[in-house]
Design a protein around this ligand. Structure first.
Ligand code: F6P
Length: 550
């Protein structure tokens, strides 16, 4: 963690200077006519406008100097070279190899990735052509991806985002929660003889996924499927081939994963099988190409023009110097409605750490809370807090310039207008005098106008980025997602944390075992629990009561 270094102290001084001088975002535009030129960047078909950020040239230079002080460039090359950046699991993090950036020292990786893509391509052809048939010899018309976390969020998000590119004869559904209501709500719309399940699990030990896989298999058998036809209806994506085979998956139907790809970074692997099935292998390859474009940009662009570097360093600026504890993602595209949930895992499972790479307590704050929802819906939900709440929450607006709904251009224009209005409102706000004047023009008395103006004023000076995709296609989406992956890596370098492990998820899994046993009446397990858990289990296991609690 950079705290206490000259770079960190210099940045603290920049923050003090900006706050003491009352620097505003609007004021910086007035002072610097070149601000747009300096603060907008292009990566592939994604344009990023960083000009509405609470940072001026001097502070930005100091921020990038901190990146230099922490040898960010070396860290980036180390990750791309396959160094053991995931030090607690003794693994490299080579999701970039899945889209062509293979370390020269690991030629075998290129081969295994290529073989997997070939296997995926053949499988997609078989399913989409109808060559692959179910137990009644009908073609498959429904794919159900059973997975959770990185084995669900990425594939589900990308599949939803690429809705206009969906295959006409194949729909792709997703099951993740161990709550049986989830899989039951999906299965009710499926025909067992035309449904293929993808059991997506890197470890093939995840309770939710194995529970749902077992339920899916029971359903398949209850609907007329047979053991000998299992291979027609179940495939797996996993690094644990033996466990998948033990479940009953035909080894030929197991798509490999590797320990050098983290779950939340794995949609580019065979975990993306559902994406390719829902669209096409060609679309999936465009997704990979878009990510590769971001990889090249990240690897070769000077820090001051490097989009993920700027995204990550701005995140450090707001987290550690403006003390912002959350960051909101606002995709102004309904097809991107799952993006905030995907980014929650990517960012919070990577940066939600309190010790550094060596296990020492961090000296400053690390990952913020990531949240958000599709615009314009958020405007009718939480934007009130963004505009008039007591906390500053940096925002990412994501807009798609050209809609796929070509007949609805004017309605799309309203979407874009709202996106632009919101980022402008966060920046400009509304002064007391402006609010008071508006009240008077509405016919309120001078006294009423003054009173209400206190409630209608908006502080403004709240920062945001705006990402603009020319259109929502696989290439642009791949670039956008990879930019966020690399942004997270940048933050992890400055905070000196391991972005690729997730030890914190183990405790819940460990404690759920005894809870399960206690809920089943196991006296030993009940005795081992705290008073609250015992009380709750006792309450939950009583007979169902009526609306009056009797
Ligand atoms: O949330 C913990 C986690 O290990 C994630 O990192 C991972 O994406 C998810 O569970 C699912 O893991 P698997 O793909 O091994 O089932």
């Amino acid at each position: 963690m950079a705290v206490g270094t000259t770079g960190w102290d210099a940045l603290a001084a920049q923050h003090l200077r900006m706050t003491q001088s009352g620097t505003t975002i609007e004021g910086m535009f007035a002072r610097d006519p070149n601000r747009i030129e300096q603060m907008t960047h292009q990566c592939g078909s994604v344009m990023v406008d960083l000009s509405k950020h609470l940072i001026d040239t001097a502070a930005l230079d100091t921020l990038l100097a901190l990146a230099d002080e922490y040898n960010l460039n070396d860290a980036i090359h180390a990750m791309f070279n396959g160094d053991v950046v995931n030090n607690t699991e003794n693994r490299p993090a080579l999701h970039v190899a899945l889209r062509g950036h293979v370390p020269a020292s690991m030629p075998h990786v290129a081969g295994t990735v290529s073989e997997t893509l070939t296997k995926m391509r053949r499988f997609i052809e078989q399913i989409q052509s109808g060559e692959w048939q179910g137990f009644t010899r009908h073609r498959i018309n429904t794919i159900v991806n059973i997975g959770i976390g990185g084995s669900d969020l990425g594939p589900a998000m990308v599949t939803a985002a690429l809705r206009p590119f969906h295959h006409p004869n194949l729909r792709c559904l997703f099951v993740s929660n161990v709550d049986p209501a989830h899989i039951r709500s999906v299965l009710k719309d499926c025909d067992a003889d035309k449904t293929l399940f993808i059991i997506a699990s890197k470890t093939f030990t995840t309770l939710e996924t194995l529970s749902n896989a077992r339920l899916a298999k029971e359903w398949y058998l209850s609907e007329g499927g047979t053991e000998q036809d299992i291979h027609r209806h179940f495939v797996a994506v996993s690094s644990n081939v033996s466990a998948a085979a033990s479940f009953g998956i035909n080894p030929d139907n197991i798509f490999p994963m590797w320990d050098w790809v983290g779950g939340r970074y794995s949609l580019w692997s065979a975990i993306g099988l559902s994406i390719a099935l829902a669209t096409s292998m060609s679309v999936f390859e465009q997704l990979l190409a878009g990510a590769a474009e971001a990889d090249s940009h990240f690897l070769t662009s000077p820090l001051k023009n490097n989009v993920p570097v700027l995204m990550g360093m701005l995140a450090v600026w707001y987290r550690n110097f403006w003390h912002c504890d959350s960051h909101v993602v606002l995709p102004y595209a309904q097809d991107l409605h799952l993006l905030p949930a995907f980014l929650q895992q990517l960012e919070m499972e990577s940066l939600g750490k309190s010790v550094d790479r060596h296990g020492c307590a961090l000296a400053a704050q690390s990952g913020p809370v990531i949240w958000g929802s599709a615009g314009t819906n958020g405007q009718h939900s939480f934007h009130q807090l963004l505009h008039q709440g007591t906390r500053m929450i940096p925002a990412d607006f994501i807009a798609v310039a050209h809609t796929s709904c070509v007949d609805d251009q004017q309605q799309h224009q309203h979407l874009l207008a709202n996106c632009l209005a919101q980022s402008r409102a966060l920046m400009c706000g509304k002064s007391y005098d402006e609010a008071r004047e508006e009240n008077i023009k509405k016919g309120l008395s001078a006294e009423q106008s003054s009173i209400l103006a206190h409630h209608r004023q908006v502080p403004g000076n709240r920062p945001s980025s705006t990402f603009v995709l020319s259109s929502l296609n696989a290439h642009a989406l791949g670039t956008l997602i990879a930019l966020y992956e690399h942004k997270v890596f940048v933050q992890s370098v400055i905070w000196n944390i391991n972005a690729f492990d997730q030890w914190g998820v183990e405790i819940g899994k460990q404690l759920s075992g005894p809870m399960f046993d206690a809920l089943g009446g196991d006296e030993q397990a009940i005795k081992s629990l705290d008073a609250s858990s015992r009380y709750l289990i006792n309450h939950m296991t009583k007979p169902e009561r009526n609306v009056h609690g009797q």
